[in-house]
Design a binder for this molecule. Structure first.
Ligand code: SAH
Length: 263
């Protein structure tokens, strides 16, 4: 038995059934954060349908005979629409392939994984979900920011800074967000940071509430910008720090002073 087969055996990793789809999280970037289930899926898949945020190194672990289908944005060209991706997953599965849908982070955290799974259910395609480490938890940990801690941040809220229309999400009740969570962890929030900060301050959040912007978290290109709610939008612009980034708001960010292990 080779090392990987031994591992598969020890961990009782499942067999990838032909004609099924696995929705798999690849984690936030660092290949070491890929799970054994994800690795097992890569070794067995016939087709890998992947997004822009999945590291090359991780893709390199796929079975060399697998068809690699990129469905993210590249060079300004728009990505395939979600219904096209879902249809492609279903078509490959119905053709008897083992289909691996590989996404950055966790497939069920702001990754359209739920929508894809619902379409698979509707088409009667068997599927499995392999959770991954989400950027809003693992990415912050790499910046020395715990999403919860006993003293400072006992609750955490995860939200997206823009919806499918590209606007800041109208359905979010910013006032209650401002009031209810010690730590606010935002995905895709860079573009609307001015509006978001304004709403949180209007909802009662202090202007000097600490903000951390963690870009390219867990990768060699990782950068962290520390600012405050009132200054966040201007500081982000002045700094030029770009997506993909997690923005966290709350006093938990201050723990980074002591916990930044990844200097
Ligand atoms: N399913 C993913 C999130 C997909 S939405 C997850 O669980 O992490 C895409 C957003 O995730 C990006 O706009 C950014 O806000 C965040 N993101 C993903 N990878 C990241 C990384 N390596 N560093 C910082 N933010 C990241």
């Amino acid at each position: 038995m080779n090392e990987f087969d031994q591992l598969t055996f020890d961990a009782r990793l499942p067999e990838f059934e032909a004609g099924s789809v696995w929705l798999v999280g690849a984690g936030p970037g660092d290949p070491g954060l890929v799970t054994l289930h994800a690795l097992n899926a890569l070794k067995q898949a016939d087709v890998v349908v992947y997004d822009a945020l999945v590291a090359e190194k991780i893709l390199g672990w796929a079975n060399p005979d697998a068809i690699m289908e990129f469905v993210g944005k590249r060079g300004g060209r728009p990505s395939p629409k979600q219904p096209e991706i879902n249809a492609s997953l279903i078509a490959h599965a119905q053709a008897g392939k083992r289909v691996l849908r590989l996404k950055g982070g966790d497939p069920f955290v702001f990754g359209r994984g739920a929508e894809e799974a619902l379409d698979l259910v509707a088409a009667n395609v068997p599927f499995r979900v392999v959770p991954g480490i989400t950027a809003g938890v693992g990415g912050l940990a790499y910046a020395g920011i715990p999403v919860t801690s006993k003293e400072v941040n006992q609750s955490v809220i995860f939200l997206t800074g823009h919806d499918q229309t590209g606007l800041s999400p109208a359905r979010i009740d910013w006032e209650s967000v401002a009031r209810s969570a010690g730590m606010i962890v935002m995905y895709m929030a860079m573009r609307h940071m001015d509006e978001i900060a304004e709403k949180l301050i209007a909802g009662g959040r202090p202007k000097d509430d600490p903000v951390a912007v963690v870009a390219n978290a867990t990768t060699p290109a990782m950068r962290v910008l520390e600012t405050t709610l009132a200054c966040a939008a201007a500081d982000i612009e002045a700094d030029g720090i770009g997506a993909p980034a997690i923005v966290s708001v709350g006093r938990g960010n201050l723990l980074r002073d002591k916990l930044d292990w990844n200097k």
